[in-house]
Design a protein around this ligand. Structure first.
Ligand SMILES: *Cc1c(COP(=O)(O)O)cnc(C)c1O
Length: 231
């Protein structure tokens, strides 16, 4: 993968986003693109940044910390989107601007306690297990309100909204059904917490459906950086 290919991939994805926004009546400025760079080398991230991307998403902490430390920090916003073990919260609190994959109060509490005092509060989304898959992280739609109200009181956290990773489905209408549940859930939560403004949903395969249902942050890996050897 070279810089020209990355640039071409970024243009294609941005065109899809613009097209979906115009189809579904969304303001293109209300949707951010997070480039999911897990398993990809640091120089490809720098290429993408040179092509104008600002947001980068990582799943594996050790790998992420390595890349974040090695790359220039300016003009990059780092998002942690992977599974979180409770003994691995410190690097998240230290290195990331956002964390999207929190589904337990214990994790949020540790991140808040471990956030360095010289950094602003970390932006946080609660991960919803929308397809109710046993294998997947995430809080259920029924449990999310209680968790959100508790997380919202933590001092070094800015609760922003919800993240979802629905089970892959074939058609746009099936994809939209899952995303619509998350959108409705955010609307319900906004009655208690009006500051919530983020729906992190939509990947390479389903970003159009996510835009249709109000996504504000898309997490796209494969269609920017190519297929991965491991997930
Ligand atoms: C890998 C990953 C993505 C990107 O998926 P693609 O299908 O490669 O676009 C998005 N979100 C999460 C949580 C991921 O783990």
């Amino acid at each position: 993968m070279n810089k020209a290919t990355i640039g071409a991939n970024i243009s294609k994805v941005l065109n899809r986003i613009e097209h979906a926004c115009s189809t579904y009546g969304r303001d293109v400025n209300s949707v951010s693109l997070i480039a999911v760079s897990k398993t990809k080398p640091a120089h490809l991230i720098e290429y993408a940044a040179e092509c104008g991307l600002q947001h980068f998403g990582e799943n594996y902490l050790q790998e992420a910390v390595q890349k974040i430390s090695e790359l220039p920090r300016e003009n990059k916003t780092w998002h942690f989107i992977g599974p979180i073990q409770s003994n691995k919260t410190r690097p998240i609190a230290h290195y990331f601007d956002w964390v999207h994959s929190v589904d337990r109060l214990k994790i949020a509490t540790r991140i808040s306690e471990q956030r360095p005092p010289d950094l602003p509060p970390i932006n946080l989304c609660l991960q919803i297990n929308v397809s109710l898959e046993d294998s997947k992280a995430g809080v259920t739609l029924e449990q999310v309100r209680e968790l959100a109200l508790a997380v919202q009181t933590l001092p070094n956290i800015r609760l922003r909204g919800l993240m979802a990773l629905p089970k892959p489905t074939e058609t746009v209408s099936e994809q939209r059904q899952s995303f619509a549940l998350v959108r409705q859930c955010l609307q319900d939560l906004q009655r208690d917490i009006p500051e919530l403004d983020t729906l992190s949903m939509g990947m390479s395969q389903d970003l159009e459906a996510a835009i249709a249902e109000g996504a504000t942050m898309l997490r796209v890996g494969t269609d920017l950086f190519g297929a991965r050897d491991r997930s």
